[in-house]
Design a protein around this ligand. Structure first.
Ligand SMILES: NC(=O)c1ccc[n+]([C@@H]2O[C@H](COP(=O)([O-])OP(=O)(O)OC[C@H]3O[C@@H](n4cnc5c(N)ncnc54)[C@H](O)[C@@H]3O)[C@@H](O)[C@H]2O)c1
Length: 264
């Protein structure tokens, strides 16, 4: 068991998409704090996150990337190869949400959500895997959602996240030969900009969360760090749910609370 007393090892170079804000920025800060060089990729300006990382003694580079564009992905990975010589970790975190029902979802919205949330991760893994292979392997973490595990009222978001769950498992099987692990993380409700304007929805949802609150971004970061580290070397093709018990126990949690209210 002595190997478990060794310090945890994190990727030397890791690329995080959607790193300009929300959970992506939290993942990036935590990785830099542990010594990784973090490539911050986003359509938005990740400069302020890079400055924060540098001020804290870490290293990060800023990259303009629209994850839906495979050519941009190829150029970015070529740049990482030229500047860093390796890539050991990839966090496909960029995502968008359109909380629209079935009949309200236009073709344009459907295409846009699928392209960012699902195609983005596909292009990312396809571009990054060869460089990871050259360095001896790596770890990919795809940020799905509990809406990629259960029925969810927004068809575009749910389909994109279910797709990402399946894509992760498919990639895990094939990329194992290159010593690349691929896992998906499934957050429940996390307090970030993605939930802006959804206060009534969030308040109602919390009533079904056994933990009684939304998650802090750092609580998802801890799982991402574990999956990127050498402490999860035998974990691939797995789904890790980070939801305060919503999926496993939300139904009866709500039923018991409602029954108590009725009995009063
Ligand atoms: N917040 C939640 O409750 C929650 C729950 C489950 C899953 N998630 C997932 O977690 C991930 C991060 O969510 P968040 O809450 O931090 O969101 P956020 O909106 O705070 O941040 C998303 C980031 O992705 C970037 N982005 C959007 N489109 C992009 C594109 N085409 N190319 C590159 N970057 C792009 C945005 O600029 C932004 O910086 C998403 O995949 C989201 O679906 C969030």
């Amino acid at each position: 068991m002595s190997e478990f007393r060794e310090p945890v090892r994190y990727p030397e170079v890791v690329l995080v998409t959607g790193a300009a804000g929300g959970m992506g920025a939290a993942h990036a800060r935590a990785l830099a704090h542990r010594g990784s060089h973090v490539c911050l990729a986003d359509t938005a300006d990740a400069g302020p996150v890079a400055e924060e990382i540098a001020a804290a003694g870490g290293t990060a580079s800023v990259h303009a990337l629209d994850v839906t564009d495979s050519a941009q992905w190829r150029r970015l990975v070529a740049q990482v190869r030229a500047e860093r010589g390796r890539l050991d970790g990839l966090v496909n975190n960029a995502g968008i949400s359109r909380r629209l029902g079935f009949l309200e979802t236009s073709e344009e919205v459907w295409d846009q959500v699928l392209r960012v949330n699902l195609d983005g991760a596909f292009h990312g893994m396809q571009a990054a895997a060869p460089l990871m292979r050259e360095g001896g392997g790596g770890s990919v973490v795809n940020i799905s959602s509990i809406s990629g595990q259960i029925g969810y009222f927004s068809p575009s978001y749910s389909a994109s996240k279910w797709g990402l769950t399946g894509l992760s498992k498919s990639a895990a099987g094939e990329l194992a030969a290159w010593n690349i692990r691929v896992n998906s993380v499934h957050p429940g409700l996390v307090a970030t900009g993605l939930l802006d304007g959804a206060d009534a929805f969030v308040d109602a949802a919390v009533r079904s969360i056994p933990a009684g609150r939304t998650a802090r971004p750092e609580e998802v970061t801890d799982i991402v760090l574990h999956l990127l580290s050498d402490r999860s070397s035998y974990v691939t093709g797995a789904e890790i749910t980070v939801d305060g018990g919503l999926v496993s126990n939300g139904l009866y949690h709500r039923i018991l609370a409602d029954a108590e209210e009725v009995a009063r």
